[in-house]
Design a protein around this ligand. Structure first.
Ligand SMILES: Nc1ncnc2c1ncn2[C@@H]1O[C@H](COP(=O)(O)OP(=O)(O)OP(=O)(O)O)[C@@H](O)[C@H]1O
Ligand SMILES: [Mg+2]
Length: 249
């Protein structure tokens, strides 16, 4: 009996919903200002098609983290339209917003690991909150931690880890629940190039299994090694349609 890939199988109930959607993220003339400050983003139009892999670049302070926050619903736009999974976020109920957030895996610039939980427990948390019994995910969490090179510190507390190790734990936590949309803010900012490439391969693998990926990064070397769309923020504007010509390294 042939092995059927559960991700591409048309009868997989989990695949049924995302596959009906073509745009995972859509911005139309989005503007964002903090308080009474100047517009950080102006008239941003952006479309992330389902299954796309996109790098977001631009100078420090340009608004990359701000744009990502709009995509994972921790910031509300000042004007314009934002659709996530083809639903207008401004008319979503609180429950719909929570359900939408559960479909998004996020790696923040400052990690936000929970201090009183071990590395294992931090990474397992997104699965634990769904009520899954520990035995069903224990092996997955351990394998993922080994893959990101944290097999030896699974039971350690986050504050005893280096910055790069905390970063890897944060990435493991973001991908463990196989989110439909994966958003990462400078995910390779604290690791050496070898680990950075390995982490990028993890994102690439998630993408191959169907996740739409958006990564903000300054790391030009990394971008040049991966075949992906590249968009750039400059002076509040989004310059898109830049295609990275390089093939996978
Ligand atoms: N909470 C906030 N309140 C007021 N202004 C803010 C806030 N967060 C960010 N800003 C301002 O918005 C602009 C964009 O910041 P953002 O963090 O999005 O930039 P970035 O492109 O992610 O930069 P970096 O590459 O350094 O991470 C900056 O001028 C910043 O000072
Ligand atoms: Mg930033």
């Amino acid at each position: 009996m042939p092995i059927i890939n559960p991700v591409s199988s048309p009868v997989d109930p989990l695949a049924a919903k995302p596959s009906a959607i073509t745009d995972v993220v859509r911005f139309e003339r989005v503007g964002l200002r903090y308080g009474r400050g100047p517009e950080i983003l102006s008239d941003v139009n952006m479309r992330l098609a389902r299954g796309s892999f996109t790098f977001l670049t631009g100078p420090s302070g340009a608004g990359k983290s701000t744009l990502l926050k709009l995509c994972y619903l921790t910031l509300k736009q000042s004007r314009g339209l934002i659709n996530l999974f083809e639903s207008d976020i401004s008319i979503m109920s609180r429950a719909e917003q929570q359900a939408t957030k559960r479909r998004i895996g996020v790696v923040l610039q400052d990690f936000r690991l929970i201090e009183h939980l071990s590395v294992f427990e931090n990474v397992a948390l997104p699965l634990r909150v769904t009520g899954e019994p520990r035995e069903t995910y224990r092996q997955d969490v351990m394998e993922l931690l080994q893959w990101v090179g944290l097999g030896h510190v699974m039971e350690a507390m986050p504050q005893t880890l280096s910055g790069g190790e905390q970063q890897r734990a944060a990435i493991a936590r973001a991908v463990i629940s196989k989110p439909d949309l994966l958003i990462a803010d400078e995910p390779t900012g604290n690791v050496d190039p070898v680990i950075g490439r390995r982490l990028l391969r993890l994102f690439s693998e998630m993408n191959r299994m169907g996740a739409t990926v958006l990564i903000a990064t300054h790391d030009i070397n990394l971008i040049s090694e991966f075949s992906a769309d590249v968009i750039r923020i400059e002076d509040g504007q989004l310059l898109s349609g830049l295609q990275n010509g390089h093939a996978h390294g």
